[in-house]
Design a protein around this ligand. Structure first.
Ligand code: M6R
Length: 618
């Protein structure tokens, strides 16, 4: 949940670290800090607040040096303030550490260290690492980190420097991500690739239980926690740094919404070959898909919603029973999963702690696990029996958009792939893949039209006015049926995340069983009412809402006058496509609505409060 970075080389470490932190800020942004070796001493500067606050302070009090570490925080233990911000120093000011994750046994270690005279400055679990390494230090940082690691419990990634060992960083990884970047006469360590992409594309992924000794004099050596050296190859990253920049858009979220046609075009171009679906990297044999009796999808947040969409698609076409679980529930509820089950874990980051735990639980029970992931080489991708990458490029905004539609694209293709393996592809045959391939262009045209009309941003402004006129009493309800029901949940989640307005997603048929009690002139009800098998039912829902003075904002099929008439107050049109492909298009106006409402309220869209992009703690 935090971002960690380290640098050794010929550049000014502070500059590299600050740039890197700006690309890791999506991981946490309640405080930030740097520790740099300058003239034989470790100089630190830490500030509560976003990175900009630290930057301003560093402009006034620059720190120069060639060895350093930095951190951007999402608080777990101890409130966000200057003291609890990282890096943390040991009692002698010789060792500095940055840490992402949780030290579960920190209380016990802290007490033991306190008894030995170690004084703690902060309320964090992380500070324990600094003192523990210090208590083990006998002149060799790697050795001290190894000994300290043997006593630490939890999931973490940390980078450590010592003032007596300039040009050296020791890193360790246990369940939290960490990559090492290899430059020419310079090295990097970071929680995620975009932080170092400007300087190098050659990286080594650290595995769980690995330590890295990075030294300007000796290069990079990787060890297991047993101290044995491991030979590892560097991989070359294909992402471009421009993908991690805003490219003229006001926010990453907006850029990522507009990137969706390109992402889908790429996915279908790569995966549909000669009228067939190809998953080159998939290590699970086709025979497995023939044998399975049921499918469980396990994920969190937006990825969970993509999984729900997957259920509709898979069941409809393959006729295999599918259920979908939030990973945090799956892992503890003694799920009925065995060798007949295919468990599909879905994760943009590939590092979400609950999803990872779900994956491990499924494997323990004998199921085959297939991961749908965006981040190459992530833990989930590596631990699953097989992975299908979404190749959506780096997603920086905390509110996920392009990763969601990319996950749905993979579910669509997987549906076809499994159906074909099992000989159940009938009604969806060739036309299915051809239809899919048209979606990116249709979406692109739709986005161009939205840009021209600027309607959705106008609706958002209207809502903003309405909200204040009603003494902040308004909220949102999202209703849909069938394959677009997950989009109702997703639309509500997007709005909650970035505008902090209460929003609930419901199957429209459930409205009469409770949510209808909410309807008066206050809430805005977003009805997903495109032409479909359940269209008439949605129109009836709209009537019921309007009869109770509700404000309706509807997603309707292009040119559908009837729906527009009934749903006015506000309508957002999407092109007509077969219902099975409609989730791709229907979600886009919902993403934009959330974006513009957040903007109308003046919130920090890419860094919403209390959230972090990748939730690597439980
Ligand atoms: O990296 P993951 O896909 O595993 O992340 C899962 C959720 O944390 C994530 O989708 C979260 O809900 C997003 N902020 C949604 O916009």
């Amino acid at each position: 949940m935090c971002g960690v970075i380290g640098y050794i080389g010929y550049r000014n470490a502070t500059d590299v670290i600050l740039k890197g932190l700006s690309r890791l800020e999506y991981r946490g942004y309640d405080s930030a800090g740097v520790a740099v070796l300058a003239d034989g001493e470790i100089e630190t500067l830490k500030r509560q607040g976003k990175l900009a606050v630290l930057k301003e302070e560093l402009d006034k009090h620059p720190i120069r040096g060639n060895t350093g570490i930095g951190h951007t925080r999402w608080a777990t233990h101890g409130v966000p303030n200057d003291t609890n911000a990282h890096p943390h120093l040991d009692i002698h000011g010789c060792i500095a550490i940055v840490h992402n994750g949780i030290i579960e046994n920190y209380q016990e270690l802290k007490q033991a260290l306190q008894k030995k005279g170690y004084k703690f400055a902060s309320d964090t679990d992380s500070e324990t690492i600094a003192h523990l390494v210090s208590s083990e230090y006998k002149g060799d940082l790697l050795e001290a980190v190894k000994k300290a690691a043997a006593k630490l419990k939890g999931s973490f990634a940390a980078a450590v420097i010592h003032k007596g060992e300039p040009g050296r960083i020791v890193g360790i990884r246990l369940d939290s991500p960490m990559v090492v970047g290899l430059g020419t006469n310079e090295f990097f360590i970071a929680s995620d690739i975009p932080a170092i992409l400007e300087y190098t594309k050659n990286v080594i992924y650290l595995e769980n239980g690995e330590m890295v000794d990075i030294s300007l004099a000796k290069g990079v050596s990787i060890y297991g926690l047993d101290g044995k050296e491991r030979k590892k190859k560097a991989v070359t990253i294909k992402w471009d740094i421009s993908q991690a920049e805003k490219g003229g858009y006001k926010h990453f979220m907006l850029k990522e919404i507009f990137e969706q046609p390109t992402v889908l075009h790429k996915i279908f171009g790569e995966r549909i070959k000669k009228g067939n679906v190809v998953f080159d990297e998939l290590a699970i044999k086709p025979a497995v898909f023939k044998k399975i009796k049921n499918i469980a999808v396990v994920a969190c947040g937006t990825a969970y919603h993509a999984g729900l969409t997957g259920k509709y698609l898979l069941e409809k076409v393959t006729r295999i029973p599918v259920w979908v679980d939030q990973a945090s529930e799956f892992r503890y509820r003694d799920p009925i999963v065995n060798k007949d089950t295919l468990v599909i874990v879905v994760s943009q980051s590939g590092e979400t702690a609950d999803t990872l735990a779900g994956l491990r639980e499924a494997k323990r029970r004998g199921a085959k696990v297939l991961a749908i992931c965006n981040v190459l080489g992530s833990t989930i991708a590596r631990e699953a029996d097989g992975v299908i990458y979404t190749h959506a490029g780096p997603e920086i905004a905390v509110a996920s958009t392009k990763a969601y539609t990319a996950q749905i694209a993979i579910f669509q293709l997987l549906t076809y792939y499994i159906a074909k393996e099992r000989g159940t592809v009938k009604g969806v045959d060739k036309g299915f893949l051809q239809g899919l391939k048209k979606i990116p262009h249709i979406m692109d045209e739709m986005l161009k039209e939205y840009e021209k009309e600027n309607k959705i941003s106008y609706y958002a402004t209207k809502f903003h006015e309405y909200y204040h006129a009603r003494n902040n009493k308004s909220c949102f309800l999202y209703l849909a049926r069938n394959v677009n029901y997950p989009n109702a949940l997703e639309g509500a989640l997007k709005l909650k995340e970035i505008s902090y307005i209460c929003a609930e997603g419901y199957p429209a048929g459930e409205m009469k069983h409770g949510p209808i009690a909410l309807i008066d002139e206050n809430p805005w009800v977003v009805c997903l009412a495109i032409k479909s098998d359940t269209y008439d039912k949605m129109l009836s829902n709209i009537q019921e809402i309007k009869a109770r003075d509700g404000i309706v904002i509807a997603v309707v099929s292009k040119g559908d006058k009837l729906a527009k008439e009934k749903s006015i107050n506000y309508a957002m049109e999407v092109p007509v496509v077969p219902e099975i492909f409609s989730p791709f298009l229907v979600v886009v106006p919902l993403q934009l609505l959330a974006y513009y409402v957040g903007r109308a309220f003046g919130y920090d869209i890419d860094k919403p409060r209390n959230l972090a992009k990748s939730v690597t703690v439980e």
